[in-house]
Design a protein around this ligand. Structure first.
Ligand code: ACO
Length: 403
């Protein structure tokens, strides 16, 4: 890698790299990713080990503070988070203003941004250091509550207040699924699967939403508003929104009789905008290590829960067909993290339009860690250059003289 940051304007040249395909925006010590060999490490720890042995809060601590916590550090982190899970009662009223069928990603991003109004000190760049730890805790604590309430609102169900004697994932499941009319039993298989999914989504270096979070924060905007922007970036179907699209695509294949060839051909057709959702990645060119773990987990979870989802078989058939097709082989397109995750979310009872919200809950520690690193490294405001292709100068024409 060549560091050209010191050349500044001296050369008179501007590098053009649409989509930043080959341009680094920062130096980072958070996530190590080797796309050729399908390697992903958080702070040096292989994702496979973390998914197997750790839990989401421990990984969040690792990403944000750089080291695995000791037991007292983890206990205190978890305690602080559980103390802050409630959201201000005035925020409840905001839910009433949304239509019941409003997309939960829109609601999540709006409510996360509204936290700036409830905690205005977070907006003061001079108080960044003294308020940061509280902001981090509040975000980790309140985002699951907001997410679960967005879902409850869409169902017309009463909102569940957090139960702080529950662990992070169980509390979220309780807020999502408990109903006043029956006892809600927390299933350890579901808690385990949720921890694994959140860990696998927790960071992925300078992807679109993370770059957005860093870019917004580089103007000294607050962490809340930066994360809210990240949620919006994640929502797009080429990024986190793909997990919802994958299930919709698999359902469409099922409805169509299960023939994957038609969809593969459609994805190959350059006159058709359709893409095989959950396939391809900017950086992984041989396989996505997260997809490998999730595929295995999908089999296990469905078996443990005694669920037979025909969509899993269609997904496997589609993967097999694509991986033996020259178009996908030549372009090195493999299943990515979003390809099998939706099948597990479904098995956990999470509805399709909440899939990208689940991704956002998982990615939150990564966004926080990256934002904090950007500020700690005192990075300058992000401000890409351009190559201008329009008119250079024209004289103003009065409205009556225009043709
Ligand atoms: N289906 C069909 N063709 C594809 C697909 C796909 N899923 N993905 C890429 N291609 C083709 C492109 O048409 C292009 O073909 P060409 O060389 O003939 O023009 C070639 O493969 C390269 O694709 P690009 O779009 O240039 O690759 P880029 O790195 O810009 O995009 C992306 C990566 C956005 C992930 C892309 O593969 C895609 O759209 N995938 C589907 C959406 C998806 O699953 N997104 C989730 C990504 S993971 C994440 O964000 C968590």
């Amino acid at each position: 890698a060549i560091d050209i940051s010191d050349l500044r304007d001296q050369s008179g040249y501007v590098t053009l790299d649409r989509g930043f395909k080959n341009t680094g925006s920062t130096k980072s010590a958070i996530t190590y990713l080797d796309g050729e060999n399908g390697i992903l490490h958080y702070r040096g720890y292989p994702i496979e080990q973390l998914a197997e042995k750790s839990n989401f809060l421990e990984v969040a601590y690792l990403l944000i503070y750089g080291e695995l916590p000791t037991q007292p550090q983890l206990d205190s982190f978890a305690r602080e988070i559980s103390i802050h899970t409630l959201v201000n009662e005035d925020m409840r009223k905001i839910f009433d203003g949304f239509p019941y069928n409003g997309h939960p990603m829109g609601i999540l991003s709006a409510l996360v941004c509204s936290l700036t109004a409830f905690y205005p000190e977070s907006q003061d760049p001079n108080k960044y250091e003294e308020t940061l730890d509280a902001t981090i805790i509040r975000l980790l604590a309140k985002m699951p509550t907001i997410a679960a309430w967005a879902y409850k609102n869409s169902q017309g169900h009463p909102l569940n207040y957090p139960k702080n004697n529950l662990d992070y994932c169980s509390n979220f499941l309780y807020m999502m699924f408990a109903l006043p009319v029956e006892e809600y039993q927390i299933d350890p298989v579901i808690v385990d699967a949720l921890n694994k999914l959140l860990i696998l989504h927790a960071d992925h270096e300078q992807n679109c939403s993370t770059s957005t979070v860093r870019l917004v924060g580089s103007s000294r905007a607050s962490l809340y508003s930066s994360v809210s922007a990240g949620i919006n970036a994640l929502w797009g179907p080429l990024h986190g929104g793909a997990n919802q699209e994958v299930i919709e695509m698999l359902e469409a294949i099922k409805k169509d009789g299960g023939d994957t060839t038609k969809f593969i051909n459609k994805a190959k057709d350059k006159n058709d905008n359709f893409r095989l959702m959950g396939f391809g990645h900017r950086v992984y060119k041989n396989f996505d290590p997260r997809a490998k773990i999730i595929k295995k987990a999908a089999d296990q979870v469905l078996q443990q829960l005694g669920i037979n989802d025909p969509v899993l078989e269609i997904a496997k058939k589609l993967e097999e067909a694509a991986l033996s097709d020259q178009y996908f082989v030549e372009r090195r397109l493999y299943p990515n993290v979003d390809f099998y995750s939706g099948i597990i979310y479904r098995a956990l009872g999470i509805p399709t339009n909440m899939f990208t919200v689940m991704f956002a809950l998982g990615r939150l520690p990564g966004w926080i860690a990256q934002w904090k690193e950007m500020r700690d490294q005192k990075e300058p405001i992000g401000r890409p250059r351009q190559i201008y292709t329009g008119y250079t100068e024209r004289n103003y024409v009065g409205i009556n003289e225009r043709k």
